[in-house]
Design a protein around this ligand. Structure first.
Ligand code: IPE
Ligand code: IPE
Ligand code: MG
Length: 254
């Protein structure tokens, strides 16, 4: 008789093949709240608790970079009340969570145009970066006021300036230089996520890490972000470990 594999059981994961960089499009907070007849911001508040759970779980599994899409360049279109609540969330998050981040040796990074955020948000974000600067375990990389097209435009400008000033020859512009010029460039060999997860049943990328996900495995789940758990994360990693990544080559039997 066949026994059903417990695919979300930690024991089943190959701890030597945990993705080094996992990116998550944390979606569905609003719907989670609406289902409960609560205001959308209640969903964002609950979603913040999920961020804590998933950060600890990923760090314990040995993930090196966890990139979380928290606010896109398009999210400014939302009602002012919601935007302003979202801008207050980093403060609420870091005020209560920095000691645990330090205890777990997690370093905070933020990618996006931080200087366009409200001053108070910039301050708490920069403080968290500073407070965790000596941690050298997992990097918790928040995408805040981030959009991949904007990121690529900024990288292009950076490279153009380097050419203009004679530091780079046009023929030296290649995929590697472009990667390094993106906001994920600082993660070196871990710049590209191996696994991209999106919650809430939507199957689109919404301007997240377009260049970096060229060969990422994509995992879509119907779970809404506030319902996403450590087990859901393990389930996605399990799926990842059972995919055949060919990178344009052919199947190898290993
Ligand atoms: C994701 O949840 C959080 C942000 C985009 C800030 P949503 O707020 O997009 O939730 P839904 O998609 O409306 O349910
Ligand atoms: C993507 O979610 C952005 C974040 C999770 C921060 P959205 O809810 O903004 O994306 P769309 O509008 O459904 O594409
Ligand atoms: Mg959404």
């Amino acid at each position: 008789m066949f026994r059903k594999k417990e695919s979300n059981n930690h024991q089943e994961l190959d701890m030597n093949r945990i993705p080094k960089h996992i990116a998550i499009i944390m979606d569905g907070n609003g719907r989670w709240a609406q289902k409960r007849h609560l205001p959308r911001i209640a969903g964002h508040k609950r979603g913040m608790e999920t961020v804590k759970t998933i950060t600890k779980a990923a760090s314990q599994l040995g993930v090196k970079v966890l990139s979380l899409y928290a606010f896109s360049t398009e999210n400014w279109k939302r009602p002012e009340e919601e935007v302003s609540y979202l801008m207050s969330l980093p403060g609420k998050f870091f005020n209560s969570f920095v000691p645990e981040l330090i205890a777990n040796n997690v370093q905070v990074n933020v990618m996006g145009e931080i200087d366009r955020l409200p001053k108070a948000t910039q301050e708490v974000v920069n403080q968290a970066i500073q407070d965790t600067a000596d941690c050298d375990g997992m990097v918790l990389n928040f995408a805040l006021n981030y959009g991949s097209r904007r990121e690529m435009v900024l990288a292009t400008r950076k490279i153009a300036k380097a050419v203009q000033s004679g530091k780079v020859e046009i023929d030296e512009i290649d995929a590697d230089l472009f990667s390094k010029s993106l906001m994920t460039g600082k993660f070196g060999a871990n710049a590209d996520p191996e696994l991209l997860i999106r919650t809430s049943g939507e199957q689109r990328i919404s301007n997240f890490l377009l260049w970096q996900i060229a060969y990422s495995e994509l995992s879509f789940t119907d779970e809404l972000w506030p319902d996403f758990s450590a087990d859901s994360l393990k389930q996605a990693i399990y799926q990842f470990q059972n995919r055949d990544r060919r990178f344009g080559g052919i199947k190898t039997n290993k």
